[in-house]
Design a protein around this ligand. Structure first.
Ligand code: F6P
Length: 361
């Protein structure tokens, strides 16, 4: 059985559905199989920065009902890089040492970090600097962690976006409109292409293939000539025109965010008098809700495998999903590969094969 261990677990970066099922699986494996102790760290690294550290002791009873709960019951943050931490007085400080000490004060033997590529890179830097034993679990609705075929949260987001398209078909048809659905995904088009195919979109716009607005308008006119009275377009938030940039906005705190390409497309289509056009921006709805069965399944497999890596002493690794198996990969390798859609991959070929227009040809 090996030596008794105390392990920490934290969720970092944007939340998504499936985080609580991973925590539940980690606790069931660590406590149930190995007899270890698990401390849930609140608000990502902020919980370690707090003095004393902000933790929730986790046992099987605490996490019993967490399988179907969305979000993260430990809380998270996607701002406040510890190496350049924004202070209330407007200055920027390196607070990494405070976080590192939080791990040591808790006398942790290892820590499981659940995050996307950005969070995993930060956690690894902390682990290297602070001599932590780190194991990573990939989560992000964007599915852009290159080494894993699936990350937690992606399937639920695709289900939500697909359902939105299913609903838009009827209202689009009733009013003979062009309906544009803008989905998240950061710099990758995974959500857009998957939901677009599954939800029967007529056009899918993704960051990997810059689009021509003139050609989109020609296609719309062609569809009208052929008697198609409505068109459904799904666009990834970072899709961009051939001669242009992704649409971003900056909030009052100076943070920039993707978003707005749907409306800018709609304005262009309307200004050319092609069709009445409406836009739905799905936004954070994609991150909420009950985790899908597939997300629960992957979360459970990842949670068990992550604890097993700690039992083996195999640190600085991340669990990934490859060909229906959980495979562990060194974290540096995992964060080095950004997971864009492959231009000659199955999904793009499938979309083209179905006659779905991708904005380019
Ligand atoms: O990375 C996940 C994600 O939901 C992206 O798809 C999106 O661009 C971003 O986070 C939104 O971040 P925030 O929650 O800060 O608005």
């Amino acid at each position: 059985m090996g030596k008794h261990k105390r392990i920490g677990i934290l969720t970092s970066g944007g939340d998504c559905a499936g985080l609580n099922p991973v925590i539940r699986a980690v606790v069931r494996r660590a406590v149930g199989t190995y007899g270890w102790e698990v401390l849930g760290i609140r608000q990502a690294t902020l919980g370690l920065m707090a003095n004393p550290a902000s933790v929730l002791p986790l046992d099987k009873k605490v996490v019993n009902s967490w399988l179907t709960v969305g979000g993260t019951l430990l809380g998270t943050t996607n701002t406040g890089n510890p190496f350049a931490f924004p202070m209330p007085d407007g200055t920027i400080r390196d607070r990494s040492e405070e976080i590192i000490q939080g791990y040591h004060h808790l006398e942790l033997d290892a820590i499981i970090g659940i995050g996307g590529d950005g969070s995993l890179a930060i956690l690894r830097k902390l682990a290297q600097q602070g001599n932590w034993n780190l194991v990573g679990i990939p989560k992000t609705i964007d599915n852009d962690v290159g080494v894993t075929e699936r990350s937690i949260g992606f399937d639920t987001a695709v289900n939500i976006a697909t359902e939105a398209l299913d609903r838009l078909h009827f209202t689009a048809a009733s009013h003979s409109r062009v309906m544009i659905l803008e989905v998240m995904g950061r710099d990758a088009g995974h959500i857009a292409i998957s939901a677009g195919i599954a939800g029967g979109a007529d056009m899918i716009l993704i960051p990997e293939i810059p689009f021509s607005i003139d050609k989109i308008c020609e296609k719309l006119k062609g569809r009208q000539r052929r008697g198609r009275n409505y068109t459904l377009i799904i666009t990834a938030e970072a899709a961009r025109p051939l001669e242009g940039e992704a649409v971003m906005s900056t909030d009052s705190s100076g943070q920039t965010r993707l978003g707005g390409i749907g409306q800018s497309l709609a304005d262009e289509i309307s200004s050319r008098n092609i069709a009445e056009t409406r836009v739905t921006v799905l936004g954070h709805v994609q991150r909420g809700g009950i985790p899908s069965p597939l997300d629960r399944l992957i979360a459970s497999a990842f949670g068990v495998a992550a604890v097993d890596l700690i039992a083996e002493g195999k640190y600085d690794h991340i669990v990934t999903w490859q060909k229906r198996q959980v495979v562990s990969v060194p974290i540096p390798e995992a964060i080095a590969q950004y997971g864009s859609l492959e231009l000659d991959g199955t999904l793009i070929r499938t979309a083209r094969g179905l006659g779905i227009y991708l904005g380019d040809s």
